[in-house]
Write a protein that binds this ligand. Structure first.
Ligand SMILES: C[S@@+](CC[C@H](N)C(=O)[O-])C[C@H]1O[C@@H](n2cnc3c(N)ncnc32)[C@H](O)[C@@H]1O
Length: 410
C-alpha cells in the first residue's frame, strides 16, 4: 500500500484498534446506520461526535464508508471486515480468492506464506481452504487490518501475522520453501501515489522477486497486472487471465508445481467459471471475408492469446489479421464470445452511416470499436435520433480498411 509517514501510520493503527473494541463496534454500527439513512457527511459526523466521542467518530465514519463500498464484492462479510480505502482498492474478489486458494492447496501444501497480505482477503481465503497461513506485510496498517479481519472471520487460530520484507524472504527461500512455508502467494502492490505502476520492475516487491519466487518455490502463485507482457512468462509457469462479466479482473502466474498448462482464460459468467486452455502457443487465427455473424472474444481469451482456439471451435476467421473480431456463418453458443448478427457492412463514413440508420429507422445505437480512434460515446450521441429502432454499430478495420458493421438491427 502507499507508504504513510510513520506518525500517520501509528495513528491509523491506534484508530483501528480502538474500532475493534466494544465502544468501537457501537460507533461503527451508528456510522453505518447514518450512511444508510443518507445523512450528509457534515451532519452525520457531528451527530457521531456527540454520540460516540470525537476519537471514534471520524475513524468509524471512514470505515463505514469503505464497508458500504465493499458490500458489492464481499456481501455480508463487508460488515465485519475493516478496510482502509487503499486496502479495499487492492483487495481481490473473495470468490476468486477461494478458487485460487483451493487450486494452490490441491497438491497437498498445508502452510502458505501470503507475501503482502494487505487487508488479509487472500489470507482469509487460504485459511478457509484449510491452510496454516503466515501473513506477511511490510506495512503496519496492513498487518493490523489482517490481524483484526482474520479474528472477525473466525480463522485467527490458523493465521500468524508478521512484519517482514517479501524481497528478503524470497531471497532467503530454500528447499522449495519460503519463510518455512511450502507454498506462497505474492500479490505485489502495483500502484504508487494513487497511480497504476505499469513497469513490473517498479512494483513492490519488484519483478525480480516475482521470478525468484516462481523459481525457488514451485507451489506458488503471483498476481500480476493484466497487461503483463507474455515474454516475461518463463517456460513451466502457467499464465491465467480471469474475467468476470466481460472485464478482466485478475491475471495470475502459477509456479511449476501448480502449473497445468501454458495459458488459461477463465471466463466467469453468471457465477460459473468457463476455462479455455492451451498447452502451447496456438498461433494466430486466419483472416477472411466478413460473413453473417460477428463474434467478440472475451478479453480474457484475447489477453491469454487463445483467440485462434475459439476461431477453430467456431469455424470462424478474423475480420482483419490485426483485430480480435471473428466472423462466421452462425451465432456462437460459447461463453468465450458474444455474437452479433451483421446486417450491413459499409466503409466507415459518418454521413453515410447516419443516412443508412435513418432509412432503417434506427435512433439509438451502442457503439463498439476495435482498431479505430473514434470515441464510442461521442459517435453514439452523433447517431442518436427520435427513431424507435436500435442497433449495435461496430467500428473496426476489415482487411485493413476502416469499416462500420451495423449489427442486430431492430
Ligand atoms: C496488492 S496488496 C495485496 C492485496 C491482498 N493480496 C488482497 O487480496 O487483499 C500488496 C501488499 O504488499 C505489501 N508490500 C509491498 N511491498 C512489500 C514488501 N517488500 N514486503 C512485504 N509486503 C510488501 C503492501 O504493503 C500491500 O499491503
Amino acid at each position: 500500500m502507499d507508504v504513510e509517514p510513520a506518525e500517520q501510520t501509528a495513528e491509523t493503527v491506534r484508530q483501528l484498534r480502538a474500532l475493534a473494541t466494544p465502544d468501537g463496534a457501537v460507533a461503527l454500527s451508528r456510522a453505518s446506520a447514518l450512511l444508510e439513512n443518507r445523512v450528509d457527511a457534515v451532519a452525520a459526523l457531528s451527530r457521531l461526535r456527540a454520540e460516540v466521542g470525537t476519537e471514534l467518530a471520524g475513524p468509524a465514519w471512514g470505515i463505514a464508508r469503505q464497508r458500504q463500498k465493499a458490500r458489492a464484492t464481499f456481501g455480508s462479510d463487508a460488515d465485519r471486515l475493516l478496510f482502509t480505502s487503499d486496502a479495499l482498492e487492492q483487495a481481490g474478489r473473495p470468490e476468486l480468492a477461494a478458487r485460487r486458494a483451493a487450486r494452490l492447496l490441491a497438491g497437498g501444501a498445508d502452510s502458505v506464506a501470503d507475501l503482502g497480505c494487505a487487508a488479509g482477503t487472500d489470507t482469509i481465503a487460504l485459511a478457509r481452504a484449510g491452510a496454516r497461513v503466515l501473513a506477511v506485510d511490510i506495512d503496519p496498517v496492513a498487518r493490523e487490518l489482517t490481524a483484526l479481519n482474520v479474528e472477525a472471520m473466525g480463522v485467527a487460530d490458523d493465521v500468524w501475522v508478521v512484519a517482514g520484507d517479501a524481497v528478503e524472504l524470497v531471497a532467503a527461500a530454500r528447499g522449495g520453501e519460503v519463510a518455512g512455508c511450502g507454498a506462497a502467494v505474492l500479490d505485489p502492490a502495483r500502484r504508487a501515489g494513487g497511480k497504476r505502476q505499469l513497469d513490473p520492475d517498479r512494483w513492490s516487491p519488484p519483478w525480480s522477486t516475482v521470478t525468484a519466487l516462481l523459481e525457488k518455490v514451485p507451489t506458488s502463485l503471483v498476481k500480476v497486472a493484466p497487461g503483463l507482457d507474455h515474454d516475461r512468462v518463463r517456460p513451466g509457469v502457467e499464465a491465467e487471465w480471469v474475467s468476470v462479466g466481460g472485464s478482466i479482473v485478475e491475471a495470475l502466474l502459477w509456479g511449476p508445481a501448480v502449473a497445468a498448462t501454458w495459458r488459461r482464460a477463465t471466463v466467469v459468467r453468471d457465477g460459473v467459471a468457463h476455462e479455455l486452455t492451451a498447452d502451447a502457443d496456438p498461433g494466430f487465427a486466419d483472416a477472411g471475408p466478413v460473413r453473417g455473424w460477428l463474434h467478440e472474444p472475451d478479453p480474457a481469451v484475447i489477453r491469454s492469446g487463445l483467440v485462434s482456439l475459439v476461431a477453430a471451435d467456431l469455424g470462424a476467421a478474423l475480420v482483419d489479421p490485426t483485430i480480435a473480431y471473428l466472423t462466421s456463418d452462425a451465432p456462437a453458443d460459447s461463453p468465450f464470445v458474444s455474437s452479433y448478427r451483421i446486417d450491413e457492412v459499409l466503409p466507415f463514413n459518418l454521413k453515410k452511416l447516419k443516412a443508412l440508420l435513418r432509412t432503417r429507422g434506427v435512433g439509438r445505437v451502442v457503439v463498439k470499436k476495435r482498431g479505430s480512434a473514434i470515441d464510442p460515446e461521442t459517435l453514439a450521441r452523433q447517431l442518436r435520433t427520435d427513431a424507435r429502432g436500435t442497433a449495435t454499430v461496430v467500428v473496426t478495420r476489415v482487411a485493413g480498411a476502416p469499416t462500420a458493421l451495423v449489427c442486430d438491427l431492430t
